[in-house]
Design a protein around this ligand. Structure first.
Ligand SMILES: CC(=O)SCCNC(=O)CCNC(=O)[C@H](O)C(C)(C)COP(=O)(O)OP(=O)(O)OC[C@H]1O[C@@H](n2cnc3c(N)ncnc32)[C@H](O)[C@@H]1OP(=O)(O)O
Ligand SMILES: O=C([O-])CC(=O)C(=O)O
Length: 381
């Protein structure tokens, strides 16, 4: 029987029809429900964008006020969840804590049936509202500090910053963080969203689907790259060392990957990286321009000459870490912030998957042995 050619990584293979986001990777276009992401980052705020993703339309004033209030009412987490977070090793990565605690949330708020629209909406609210609290609580509890209770006077982004740092954000810091959440909220069939859809297709609970997605996002080829970028920029040191560093890396390993560069879909600079740079400049007006930003810019320029021909340019992870660091956010919280943002996109895909669901069960091409005789243990060496 002739074997079907399998594109590695399912490149260019559509696995679902979706009305949530659109990407043109050659023209640097990304839109959520038809609205360009640049417009949303400037004009919208995270709660409104989350509604847009989940419901397909911008909310009315009343819908937005109710949604914002409903999220605020679900920000607190059970003290048992704090105990769970406290019981994790201090050195555990916050993505481990997030994946674990999101799965555990499902134990407190069981979703009896995913065919009930009201309980699905309730689970969506619970997940969007709780994830920032879980991340901020672990970030503090691991060092023996108390978790900070949510502040209902602050919006989603501002409250997260407050629970993490104990400080209320300035309007500029709040805006930068809020726009980062919008930029990371959705990106069609990326690995973690695909993971959400595969898990959801078994009619699992949304908590199981979202915890699977958190695990998928954590890898360095996906959301975990934002952390690696900052570590790479640290390794490089001064701007004057950028070329020496890259030459050395490429000489050691010709297929060396620059973290935060390259993308399966974008063959030009990721539009989110461009917006992130504008945001970075905005944040730096308060915090001062860090050396790392200049190093990142120099690396981008150098890489363009080397990798531009292959369509390898900065992706969303390239500049996000520099922005977060300028806001005083610890490096290992960068990827959890991505997850806090992406949960609304994941949930939108979960809900879309449930409409006309069919379980994901692809085929494989078997390339293993056949007709192997079983040798009893006593006859084996
Ligand atoms: C939120 C996100 O998930 S964004 C992505 C975050 N991940 C990263 O930044 C990690 C670094 N980047 C990468 O590893 C890859 O570009 C990925 C995983 C994002 C995409 O992978 P793929 O679509 O499979 O691209 P693939 O690995 O086939 O790359 C195509 C070519 O570009 C090169 N290339 C891709 N990314 C890079 C990079 N970061 N640095 C240098 N070269 C690269 C590859 O070596 C390959 O070259 P070749 O054709 O000569 O062999
Ligand atoms: O689309 C992808 O493969 C990765 C990505 O940029 C994202 O998830 O934001």
């Amino acid at each position: 029987m002739s074997q079907i050619e399998i594109p590695p990584g399912l490149a260019d293979v559509p696995v679902a029809k979706s009305a949530i986001s659109f990407i043109d990777g050659h023209r640097a276009i990304l839109s959520y429900r038809g609205i360009p992401v640049e417009v949303l980052a400037k004009e919208s705020h995270y709660e409104e964008t989350a509604w847009l993703l989940l419901k397909g339309e911008l909310p009315t004033q009343r819908e937005l006020a109710d949604f914002t209030q409903e999220l605020k009412e679900r920000r607190n987490i059970k003290y048992r969840l704090k105990d769970l977070l406290k019981s994790l090793p201090e050195g555990a990565h916050p993505m481990v804590a997030l994946q674990t605690s999101v799965a555990a949330l499902g134990g407190y708020y069981p979703c009896k049936s995913v065919s009930d629209a009201a309980s699905n909406w309730e689970a969506s609210l619970r997940l969007i509202a709780s994830m920032p609290t879980l991340v901020a609580a672990f970030a503090r509890l691991r060092h023996g500090d108390d978790a900070i209770d949510p502040n209902p006077d602050l919006d989603h982004a501002g409250n997260f910053y407050y629970m993490l740092t104990g400080k209320e954000p300035s309007p500029a810091v709040r805006k930068v963080l809020d726009a980062c959440l919008i930029l990371h909220a959705e990106h069609n069939m990326n690995a973690s969203t695909f993971s959400t859809r595969v898990t959801s297709s078994t009619l699992s609970s949304p908590y199981a689907a979202i915890s699977a997605a958190v695990g998928t996002l954590s890898g360095p080829l996906h959301g975990g790259a934002n952390e690696e970028v900052v570590e790479m920029l640290d390794q490089i040191g001064p701007v004057s060392n950028v070329k020496t560093w890259l030459d050395k890396k490429r000489a050691e390993n010709p297929s060396f990957k620059v973290m935060g560069m390259g993308h399966r879909v974008y063959k030009v600079k990721d539009p989110r990286a461009t917006v992130l740079q504008d945001l970075a400049e905005h944040a730096f007006s308060e915090t001062g321009k860090p050396l790392k930003y200049e190093v990142a810019q120099a690396l981008e320029k150098l890489c363009e000459g080397i990798y531009g021909v292959k369509g390898v340019y900065p992706n969303v992870d390239f500049y996000s870490g520099v922005v977060y660091q300028s806001l005083g956010i610890p490096t290992d919280i960068f990827t959890p912030i991505f997850a806090i943002a992406r949960v609304s996109g994941w949930l939108a895909h979960w809900l879309e998957q449930l409409q006309g669901n069919r379980i994901y069960r692809p085929e494989q091409t078997y390339v293993g042995k056949t007709d192997v005789a079983y040798v009893p243990l006593e006859k084996r060496p």
